[in-house]
Design a binder for this molecule. Structure first.
Ligand code: ATP
Ligand code: MG
Length: 161
């Protein structure tokens, strides 16, 4: 099974993905690591990415998801996946790919972004992320307000992993 943890910046994809990986033993892959350098440079200057920019990033992730499924590997991918076309590319609808939407209020996530240190995405991009979010259908929706251990337990319970 491939678990895709999706949500806007600051929703906890990396934090929850790493903890879920530790508990399950499934490898965690962060979408940040799939960006070409040009995208990282744009994001560090708070320039929103275009869908053209996202093309190679999504294609690289989609190739890995197909590879994991074909080889029967379990994996966790943390990826914002805000747009429907991105979720479609990542395998939405395939029962072996499960989307978990990490859901939090703009106020909560803004505070977490402000508190977070040493990360390339400035808090100002949060508004554009919420504007870009097309709500998924068929995703498991998890509230990210509680402590991280509770969130991971909720995901494991809901997905049976
Ligand atoms: N349940 C939680 N309770 C309190 N703080 C949390 C929780 N989950 C995550 N955080 C904190 O919120 C901040 C954002 O989390 P994280 O970096 O994992 O989000 P992200 O979705 O990976 O963001 P990005 O899209 O920018 O990569 C971090 O400082 C993290 O430590
Ligand atoms: Mg992250």
């Amino acid at each position: 099974m491939v678990i895709i943890l999706m949500g806007v910046c600051g929703s906890g994809k990396t934090t929850i993905g790493q903890m879920l990986s530790q508990q399950s033993g499934w490898p965690f892959h962060d979408a940040d690591g799939y960006h070409p350098a040009a995208n990282v440079a744009k994001m560090s200057q708070a320039i929103p990415l275009t869908d053209d920019d996202r093309g190679p990033w999504v294609a690289a992730m989609a190739a890995d998801v197909r590879k994991w499924i074909a080889s029967g590997e379990n994996a966790i991918l943390g990826c914002s996946a805000l747009s429907q076309w991105i979720r479609a590319a990542l395998g939405e609808g395939d029962p072996r790919v499960r989307f978990v939407h990490l859901h939090g209020s703009p106020e909560l996530l803004r505070q977490r972004m402000v508190d977070r240190k040493g990360h390339f995405m400035p808090a100002g991009l949060l508004d554009s992320q919420f504007a870009a979010l097309q709500l998924p259908r068929g995703a498991v929706v998890v509230d990210v307000g509680p402590p991280r251990g509770e969130i991971v337990a909720e995901i494991r319970k809901r997905l049976g992993v």
